[in-house]
Design a protein around this ligand. Sequence first.
Ligand code: 3PG
Length: 404
Amino acid sequence: RTLDTLGPLASRTVIVRSDLNVPLATTANGDTEITDDGRIRASLTTIRELRASGAKVVVISHLGRPEGAPDERYSLRPVAVRMSELLGAEVGFVDETVGEAASAAVAALGDGDVLLLENLRFNPGETSKDETERRAFASQLAAFGDACVSDGFGVVHRKQASVYELAQLLPSAAGRLVAAELEVLERLTEKAERPYSVVLGGSKVSDKLGVIAHLIERVDTLLIGGGMVFTFLAAQGHAVGSSLLEEDQLDTVRGYLASAAERGVRIVLPTDIVVAAAFAADADHEVVPADAIESSSFGAAGLGLDIGPDSAEAFAEVIRASATVFWNGPMGVFEMAAFAEGTRTVAGALTDTDGFTVVGGGDSAAAVRALGFADEDFGHISTGGGASLEFLEGKSLPGLEVLV
Ligand code: 3PG
């Protein structure tokens, strides 16, 4: 159900479940700084539309993974400040999610006003495994509004109170961001133009198991970078020094390599690796062949922190020759300049190709922006990491299921 199904919203209180889970950093003088505001920007289309229709807008979101209790490090207060700047209108903030102060702030809203409540995950009911507890918390939230708009695409794969149960308790609909994300992702799952390449990075292969198995049946080429490369290299029998390695996934990865070979799907692994003496921005580093990681001067102590230049160029060539490219996960430790080149080259290739390109995920989106690329350089930058992967995997997502 889309926003249009909710009827006239003037003077109605509408709860918008956004995903404002943005990366934060602490500045030298101790202030909290938002390092990538992409998710806040992406939430504005729906909020603007609701304001324009005269609704009273109550925005709710999680931030990070606090453990069901208030934790100042994960407060949404800086997000309210940034949202006010971007919206060009005041966004009120109340430092609790439910309770008397939150009720009073909601009751005081005028038509077109926007209020952000404190982090949903400060309340144990939000992420509880117990459905009764989730439902109880969702009922407290539901009491604030006349309708609910689900616009937090990044969290639709979570069966959590504000994502799932809340939408059952109020008239609910997908917001503009969720609708836009689905349109793009459906293009990938239903009518991806060939050749279709997927670039996967990030640290852990165990986070990507389902999606890799699924993609092997659907894509032409799978390019693997990031920390998970070392489990692939080890599965092929190569020593990986002190690089990240998931021993318990070696058999699974061997299975992927075999099934890809059987299906004629190309799995492209890096042929060279940037190996460092330590996990540090100023660590000594060398480029070595991927099948001889321990040949660097750091021996078995060396750890791979980026794909090497030859690999990055080979990945870029595949990307430039593709009609459709989906990319999730950085190729290396892009936050450290010495290990950012692989990610930069891959991102650059995505901006060069004439094909349709989708960057999936909070981390990958933050990476391309941190490296100076603009959102417009890509076909689409998804706000969902886990959510976009699970969608591609063909899983049923609770936050979408509940809106059908
Ligand atoms: C994300 O960053 O992928 C979403 O905000 C979901 O966060 P979560 O993985 O902590 O549920």
